[in-house]
Design a binder for this molecule. Structure first.
Ligand code: CP
Length: 308
């Protein structure tokens, strides 16, 4: 079946995820080469349309598309006709009329990427829709874990932090469980969504207990901008119970992988020495994001994977 857009990992098969990870490995030498340019996407136009701020996702998609030879355009929502009241679909139809092949969009509304994919001819990549999914972040996380641990299956993975507001957590949970990992989500009960066990994860409010067994700890940002009122007493208290510092790291396995999708609130989710420490692969996650997004763009234009 030829599908259309990348909206999330919920509807993606394990084999499709695996195909993207395998292809990303082939993209890495291109990134590391002096020329950094091939022609797989020559003649294709890729547009990035971000209604929320981004550094990593937007820039890495732009670089990925450029390395593959595509033409890229970034639409700044603040200075486009969106600020005059143009709707999302009208904006994208206008862009499409200029001949766009792939639209990469971040939007604060859950389901925005799906809505868009149903209304335009161009293929859509969800770069984050509200609290729903951020599929390419999860793919780069899976790629990074596999690179270090050699597998995903049977690993103990702890995802700690603001699960309630995290599209990164949701996409990672879908992806990690499909590939056979055991996933535990940890955090104050007020920022763990009720019924999340149905996604195939365990829940814990005891960070020190769960990190003993962990092969991977993924800390997530506390998203204060999505909290209408405080959901726990203070950041200081959060740091004490759930933030990773030298003391908590000392009870984890020596080779535990420490990850964070960024941006990091230093001193809250992770102390600065942990961010820079030898278990941290946070910078490499960013680097791997380019290879994974190259793989995705390549496979999309080859009409291989992708879900409707
Ligand atoms: N991880 C992530 O989505 O980062 P940006 O918000 O910088 O894109």
């Amino acid at each position: 079946m030829i599908k259309k857009s990348i909206l999330g990992l919920r509807d993606m098969k394990a084999e499709e995820i695996q195909e993207i990870l395998d292809t990303a490995q082939l993209m890495q030498p291109i990134m590391n080469s002096r020329n950094k340019k091939i022609t797989y996407l020559q003649g294709k136009n890729v547009v990035t349309l971000f209604y929320e701020s981004s550094t990593r996702t937007r820039v890495s998609f732009e670089l990925a598309a450029k390395y593959l030879g595509a033409t890229t355009t970034n639409i700044s929502v603040a200075t486009s006709s969106v600020s005059k009241g143009e709707t999302l679909i009208d904006t994208v139809r206008t862009i499409q009329a200029m001949g766009v092949d792939i639209v990469i969009m971040r939007h604060p509304m859950t389901g925005a990427a799906k809505l868009l994919s149903e209304n335009i001819e161009a293929k859509v990549v969800n770069a984050g829709d509200g609290i729903n999914e951020h599929p390419t972040q999860a793919l780069l996380d899976l790629y990074t874990i596999k690179k270090y641990k050699g597998k995903i299956k049977d690993l103990n993975i702890v995802i700690a932090g603001d699960i309630l507001h995290s599209r990164v957590a949701r996409s990672n949970i879908w992806g990690m469980t499909k590939l056979g990992a055991r996933v535990v989500v940890a955090g104050p009960s007020t920022i763990i969504p009720k019924g999340i066990e149905k996604m195939g994860v365990e829940v814990s409010c005891n960070m020190k207990q769960v990190i003993r067994e962990a092969d991977v700890i993924m800390a997530l940002r506390i998203q204060k901008e999505r909290q209408n009122s405080p959901l726990f007493p203070s950041l200081r208290e959060y740091q004490h119970y759930f933030g990773i510092d030298e003391e908590k790291l000392a009870i984890a396995k020596p080779d535990v992988l420490l990850m964070h999708p960024g941006p990091v609130n230093r001193g809250v989710e992770l102390t600065s020495d942990i961010v820079e420490g030898e278990n941290s692969v946070i910078e490499e996650q960013v680097t791997n994001g380019v290879a994974v997004r190259m793989a995705l763009l390549y496979l999309m234009t080859r009409e291989g994977i992708v879900n409707e």
